[in-house]
Design a protein around this ligand. Structure first.
Ligand SMILES: Cc1ncc(C[n+]2csc(CCOP(=O)(O)OP(=O)(O)O)c2C)c(N)n1
Length: 254
């Protein structure tokens, strides 16, 4: 099929969202971040919030998210995105404010900010990319690393006696009065991508309607950090991550 045939509207299955620019992404092959960026861009455009959205990205592989999505961004120090987002939203109540955080960021250095913003019921969305590892810095153990999972700081696998239990922080956040939606999604199949987009949109709608804090966790892969191929990483995630971090809503106050 010729290219001009493929891009005919009736053949077009996926299009590049207008909010995504042409900067080449620095993400590794198979990384979940690019797909999640795309979903965010689509939801913002679908809701007509292009000029009203502020993203807050802290330290981690997605630190350069501002290079790819043409919306307003604030850079936060490691772990501090929910605190920065709190200020941005309170000063600009008409804006759609979301954070974009890895598990090292959200569940380790930023635990306090995450819990307290959620407990205050800040009208923000927290996008939580849980790849069970510190991706950017070379694959060290994160709080969410599974039992027995090898990382660069636990080469023989996470040992509960030494390293404690993997932290299901979203379950904890679902207990807080201030959260209205806590959901666990993934982007490993087309069906999962569609479902995740629906929940992301719901989260954005909640924030605009002032219903409290919405958290969308994406159980994700990090083939580089996990030292495997993108394909094997997806399989490993399905076999090991999903049983421990089951997909679905943990809380949905409709
Ligand atoms: C205050 C501070 N401490 C430590 C670091 C080093 N650091 C950079 S990224 C990172 C972890 C990122 O992991 P995660 O949040 O899981 O995101 P990922 O890279 O996996 O997407 C750390 C510890 C830093 N930049 N700033």
């Amino acid at each position: 099929m010729e290219l001009n045939e493929i891009i005919k509207p009736e053949n077009l299955v996926y299009d590049k969202p207008g909010l995504m620019n042409n900067n080449p992404m620095h993400y590794c092959p198979g990384c979940s971040h690019g797909v999640i960026h795309k979903l965010i861009a689509e939801v913002i455009a679908d809701m007509g919030l292009e000029d009203q959205t502020i993203g807050v990205s802290p330290v981690g592989c997605a630190v350069f998210a501002y290079n790819y999505l043409d919306i307003d961004w604030i850079e936060a120090a490691h772990g501090r995105a929910p605190a920065v987002a709190t200020a941005a939203k309170r000063l600009n109540p008409d804006k759609m404010v979301f954070t974009y955080q890895g598990d090292g960021d959200l569940a380790a250095i930023g635990t306090a900010e995450t819990i307290h913003a959620s407990n205050r019921g800040e009208n923000i969305v927290i996008v939580f990319v849980n790849n069970a590892i510190y991706g950017m810095t070379g694959g060290q153990m994160a709080p969410t690393t599974l039992e027995g999972m090898p990382t660069s700081t636990t080469p023989y696998g996470r040992d509960i006696a030494l390293n404690g239990y993997p932290l299901k922080i979203t379950n904890l956040l679902a207990q807080l009065e201030g959260t209205c939606l806590v959901t666990r999604q993934s982007v490993h199949t087309a069906a999962a991508v569609r479902k995740a987009k629906k929940m992301l949109r719901k989260a954005f709608e909640n924030a605009m309607a002032g219903k409290g804090t919405s958290i969308v966790e994406f159980v994700s892969t990090c083939s580089s950090g996990w030292k495997t191929t993108p394909e094997k990483a997806n399989k490993w995630m399905e076999e090991n991550m999903f049983p421990f971090y089951p997909l679905g809503d943990l809380k949905n106050n409709d």
